[in-house]
Design a protein around this ligand. Structure first.
Ligand code: ADP
Ligand code: MG
Length: 324
């Protein structure tokens, strides 16, 4: 199978049917119709085997995750996903692997109405670079920089499951096999919070997706906004599995610092608390107020009694590694 046959067979099905795609896969470049009054949000992520997913990850999960991480970025901007391009480097033509990868990718793309409009296919060590483009009403992007003293800080869903799965797989924690399988679904097939991001457009003043650990990502939001943030660790939302298998000691550290949650963290004025609760109830997505914004800098973690909590790490940094 040659390069062109490979593209036609595996990736053409993810092209979808969007009327705003004037020209999709097959020419030298895609041609896309951007609606009037719309700004484009554009994001790129690379997934490297062994860094962004365990080497034994099922290929359909790799396909899913490749797009999910980019849709999560768009969600954090409040953008509506529209198009994607894929730069794929594979060691060779393994038709079974490619079919499963494309199936995982196509399923998530079609669930969100995303058209794969182009890409590049090369031979080499497995690496996947996805670019996703989404629509924003002009001037309405949810930036990291809009948080103000007095705002509340929230997070969607639960934190730490993917981190606990990875810790279990790497033998850093003992996790029974059935629990590990369930936790691993969070690691392998994260569900990007697209509808939640759209719902936050007129509610949140700042947002970020939690991909490298809550503490680090809140740090980015705080720095961009020029504010300080207090996180109440006792109230951090974690799953029942997390609660059971983290045990008594250091129960919050993975929820605070492990990556791959793909939840949204956002700031909203305190006066919007009721609106936030209502909006997320309508979406049937859990949302938790995890802290507040103050005039200052940095991120501090607090226990219920007001005492300071010092976590065992600060989040994932590709160049520094986990630091303490
Ligand atoms: P060129 O050499 O002109 O850049 P390519 O041979 O790289 O063209 O690609 C041919 C067509 O297939 C282009 O439209 C390109 O966007 C598309 N394409 C290549 N690889 C992929 C892929 N992995 N997924 C989707 N489209 C792809
Ligand atoms: Mg090319």
């Amino acid at each position: 199978m040659g390069e062109f046959e490979l593209i036609r067979r595996f990736f053409a099905p993810a092209a979808g049917h969007r009327p705003d795609v004037a020209l999709g896969i097959g020419d030298d470049a895609a041609v896309l119709r951007v609606p009037a009054g719309v700004e484009l949000a554009v994001t790129t992520d690379t997934l490297v085997a062994g860094i962004h997913f365990p080497p034994d990850t099922a290929p359909d999960a790799i396909g899913h995750k490749s797009l999910a991480v980019s849709l999560s970025d768009l969600a954090a901007m409040g953008a509506e996903p529209a198009w994607a391009t894929l730069a794929l480097t594979v060691p060779g033509v393994d038709a079974t692997w490619l079919a499963a990868f494309a199936r995982g990718l196509s399923a998530l793309a079609s669930a969100h109405g995303v058209a794969l409009v182009g890409g590049d296919t090369t031979r080499g060590p497995l690496s996947i670079t996805m670019q996703a483009l989404g629509f924003l009403p002009a001037g309405r992007a949810l930036r990291r920089s809009g948080a103000r003293p007095g705002d509340d800080l929230y997070v969607t869903g639960t934190l730490g499951d993917a981190g606990l799965a990875l810790a279990g797989l790497q033998g850093r924690r003992i996790v029974p096999e059935d629990a590990l399988q369930a936790l691993r679904r969070r690691l392998d097939t994260p569900q990007p919070r697209v509808a939640e991001g759209l719902a936050l457009r007129d509610l949140a003043v700042a947002a970020i997706d939690v991909s490298d650990g809550l503490l680090g990502d809140v740090g980015h939001l705080a720095r961009a906004s020029g504010v300080g943030v207090t996180i109440q660790v006792d109230g951090l939302p974690v799953s029942d599995l997390y609660r059971v298998h983290m045990g008594a000691e250091c129960p919050w550290d993975l929820a605070l610092t492990a990556g791959d949650d793909y939840e949204l963290c956002f700031a909203a004025p305190a006066a919007q608390a009721h609106a936030v609760a209502e909006r997320f109830a309508a979406l049937r997505t859990s949302v938790t107020r995890i802290g507040s914004v103050y005039s200052g800098s940095g991120v501090r973690c607090q226990r219920r009694d007001g005492s300071a909590y010092t976590p065992g790490g600060t989040g994932y940094d590709h160049f520094a590694g986990p630091v303490s």
